[in-house]
Design a protein around this ligand. Structure first.
Ligand code: ADP
Ligand code: ZN
Ligand code: ZN
Length: 746
């Protein structure tokens, strides 16, 4: 769609970050160049001026042209989104039934949404002739800081110096610069930042010789072609060398002058992983996009990707929308990870699924990798949509760990740890091994209870108990962030209180008592607020300073501790009796992932799983048949129960200050859906029902579930339904969101 000829009759359809399900028409700017598709523009909107994106160029508008306003400015001379990326975003708008303006806004870093330009602009300082003369005359005599600055600028010559450089060189330089500027000796100008100096050419790193399985995988992928859509599922046990496969495939793309996008889970984006890419491609520019960046760091990384200077773009969920010109390959590592699904806010997309869509649109290969593939991906393999590649053995000379269930009945258990597990830990420590203790709960204990009256410390805003933090002497809510002093007595009857159950903090304390001379590290979301703390813990474990690591889910991912020989899973039972149909899948994935940490090097690993239900078919099946057999059996169950991936789900979620408001809204929405779908509809409606934890942060949550084996039928209904939901009277009193392909049902 090019600019139509007659300029005045052309309309620009602009997407604006509003909850409205539409774009807005504008006339071309009064003067200057005309914008093209995908460009960011400034437009008058009500009484404000907003940043919008040219979604399309139209020759006709539904609005009387005399009522239309003009685009008031163009932000960049080039498009923010190229045509393929815009197409992906439109696809996501349709599929997730979300307003286009908000979808496009999600794809931008905050500062770009607010109008920051694509090209990084930097302030440069140069000296002019008068300044040079003054400097030669020994000026300024009584202002040493100004004299130093002037000298530096004279030495820098006509190129000048960037503010950031001066900042590093000299404290208080800006005041001096202002004074020199006022005297007319120096100048300040805005210039596009020069590309970052590329890293010095390093020695090409040693690349390991591929194992037979790796070679087969690589040959298969490369023979299928460097271009053209192919969806691969790389199913490789932990330590099988999946990353090595990614590196080789990336290498091939870089040789072809194309770029690679790597998506990793929230806590998988470790300096270790980035380091492996950086080491392998010392010449390449990397752009790293994750949620821990400041707004300006994020903008900088995004610009690096947009400009095409970054050959490798590595990022978490939202990086699936990163602008990457000449993208040749997308890799999704740990594709089963729940963090690829946005589960909050309005626009709840799956980055894993969108990666497949993006690859198909660009007609390029995409590789999903995991040791425990999601059932969706396994199902896609059966349906012929993905091709499975297997790495069944570990790459380095490492045996697979042996898994054993430890029956807790008839065991003495202290702070969650059985006597048998404790003596195993002792044995492995004595043999110079390291030990990982996994527990899926942070804090000291999940409950504080009265020893006399039965009082249990509740969160006042949620249907939840408060978690005890003993070191900090606080009670905290993991759902709303409430944070209170730890009481010494029961607030009701005044008797003593006690903690019930255990979290990582208590397990760590217990282990410290059992093994007083052994270094212990703990890893959970409370410890790791910043990635550098994560690194510090990792260093303590890698160096051997810590020989026992206690942690939550976080320890299950991507870290390689060669001396780790024993893994103890403290509480596998939580996931056994959940009402969520995905609980079994998640439990199996966690166990296999955590177990994968054991015995990474030549020493064989041992994994102990404590349970009170050793006969439970899920656990015994997983142990005897492994993940594949487990997944096959569980998928059969899903098929007969009509759950995903054999059916499609969408959840309409609502929350309100009073429980009945949320239910009334969902009831009204249900009636609408029944009317639209008509009799004999292919879509089943389930609910509305309150969420399992209905009250969170003083809001009452409920949901209505839509289920169908016929995806197009479901989406046709959603498309007609949502605009009508918006007009419901009841919608005004609730916050609501649609979740297409929801991961968690609560
Ligand atoms: P995964 O990503 O599948 O968990 P990694 O790529 O991290 O596995 O590999 C596990 C370990 O095996 C790493 O230490 C890696 O350096 C090593 N490795 C990978 N491929 C090979 C190979 N072909 N030969 C020797 N060691 C390898
Ligand atoms: Zn009491
Ligand atoms: Zn709470």
């Amino acid at each position: 769609m090019e600019n139509p000829a007659g300029i005045e009759t052309a309309f620009y359809r602009v997407a604006i970050d509003t909850p409205l399900r539409r774009c807005f028409d504008y006339l071309p700017p009064a003067s200057g160049p005309l914008p093209t598709m995908g460009m960011r523009v400034e437009v008058p909107f009500g009484r404000r001026r907003l940043v919008g994106i040219i979604e399309s160029l139209e020759s006709q508008s539904d609005v009387d042209p005399s009522k239309l306003k003009r685009i008031s400015g163009i932000i960049d001379p080039e498009p923010t989104f190229d045509a393929p990326l815009l197409e992906l975003l439109r696809w996501a708008t349709d599929y997730y039934h979300h307003p286009i303006g908000e979808v496009l806004a999600t794809a931008l870093p905050k500062l770009a949404r607010e109008g920051a330009t694509l090209t990084a602009i930097t302030e440069y300082w140069t000296v002019d002739e008068q300044g040079v003369a003054a400097h030669q005359g020994g000026e300024p005599r009584r202002a040493p800081k100004q004299r130093v600055l002037l000298e530096q600028l004279v030495a820098a010559g006509p190129e000048g110096l960037a503010s950031s450089t001066l900042h590093e060189w000299q404290a208080g330089w800006r005041e001096a610069a202002r004074a020199l500027l006022a005297r007319g000796w120096i100048r300040c100008e805005q210039r596009a930042a020069s590309p970052a100096a590329s890293a010095p050419a390093a020695r090409p790193p040693a690349t390991p010789e591929l194992t037979a399985a790796q070679s087969t995988v690589l040959t298969t992928v490369l023979t299928a072609g460097d271009r053209g859509y192919r969806g691969w599922l790389l199913h490789g046990v932990t330590g099988s060398g999946k990353t090595e496969v990614y590196l080789r495939l990336a290498e091939r793309q870089l040789e072809l002058g194309r770029r690679v996008l790597v998506l990793v889970p929230e806590i998988g984006l470790t300096p270790q992983l980035v380091g492996r890419f950086a080491q392998r491609f010392p010449q390449a520019v990397l752009a790293i996009l994750h949620s821990g960046l400041t707004d300006s760091e994020r903008l900088a990384a995004w610009r690096l990707a947009h400009s095409g200077r970054a050959q490798l773009v590595i990022g978490t969920r939202s990086a699936v929308f990163a602008p990457v010109p000449e993208l040749g390959l997308i890799i999704v590592d740990e594709e089963h990870d729940a963090s690829f699904k946005q589960q909050e806010g309005g626009f709840r997309y799956s980055a894993r699924d969108l990666a497949l869509v993006r690859a198909r649109m660009l007609d390029i290969p995409v590789m999903l990798g995991s040791a425990t593939p999601s059932f969706e991906s396994l199902h896609n393999v059966s349906a012929g949509r993905l091709t499975r590649l297997a790495l069944p053995e570990r790459a380095a000379a490492a045996a697979r760990p042996t898994l054993r269930l430890l029956d807790l009945r008839g065991e003495r258990v202290h702070a969650g740890l059985s006597t048998t597990a404790a003596s195993s830990i002792q044995r492995h420590l004595a043999a110079d091994g390291q030990v990982l203790v996994y527990i899926n709960r942070r804090g000291y204990a999940p409950t504080l209870a009265c020893t006399a009256c039965g009082w249990i410390a509740p969160c006042l805003s949620c249907d939840a108990r408060l978690t005890v933090y003993r070191q900090a002497a606080r009670l905290r809510c993991h759902h709303c962030g409430a944070d209170r002093e730890l009481p010494r007595q029961c607030p009701v009857c005044g008797y003593a209180v006690k903690t019930v159950g255990q979290g990582t903090e208590r397990v760590e304390e217990n282990l410290a008592e059992l093994f007083p001379s052994v270094g212990i590290a703990r890893l959970d979301r409370d410890v790791v607020r910043h990635s550098d703390e994560l690194e510090a813990v990792m260093r303590r474990v890698s160096s051997g300073a810590a020989r026992i690591l206690v942690g939550t889910q976080m320890v299950a991912k991507g870290h390689d501790f060669p001396a780790l020989t024993l893994v103890v899973v403290l509480n596998a039972d939580q996931g056994l009796f959940s009402t969520d149909f995905r609980a079994a899948e998640r439990l199996a994935q966690t166990i296999i992932q955590v177990a994968g940490r054991a015995g990474r090097a030549e020493r064989a690993g041992e994994v102990l799983i404590q349970t009170e239900y050793p006969e439970h078919p899920l656990l015994s099946g997983l142990l005897t048949g492994g993940y594949d057999a487990f997944a096959n059996a569980a998928l059969e169950e899903r098929r007969s129960a009509g759950w995903p991936p054999f059916a499609r789900l969408a959840a309409l979620r609502a929350s309100a200050t009073r429980p009945e408001m949320a239910i009334e809204f969902l009831d009204a929405a249900r009636r609408l859906a029944e009317r639209i779908a008509g009799r004999g509809a292919m879509v089943r409606l389930l609910g509305p029902a309150p969420a399992a934890m209905a009250r969170r942060a003083d809001r009452h949550h409920a949901q209505l579930l839509l289920e169908s084996v016929d995806r197009p039928a479901l989406h046709r209904l959603l498309e007609r339904w949502l605009p009508e939901i918006e007009t419901l009277q009841e919608a005004r009193r609730v916050r609501w969101a649609l979740d297409v392909d929801p991961l968690e049902l609560f």
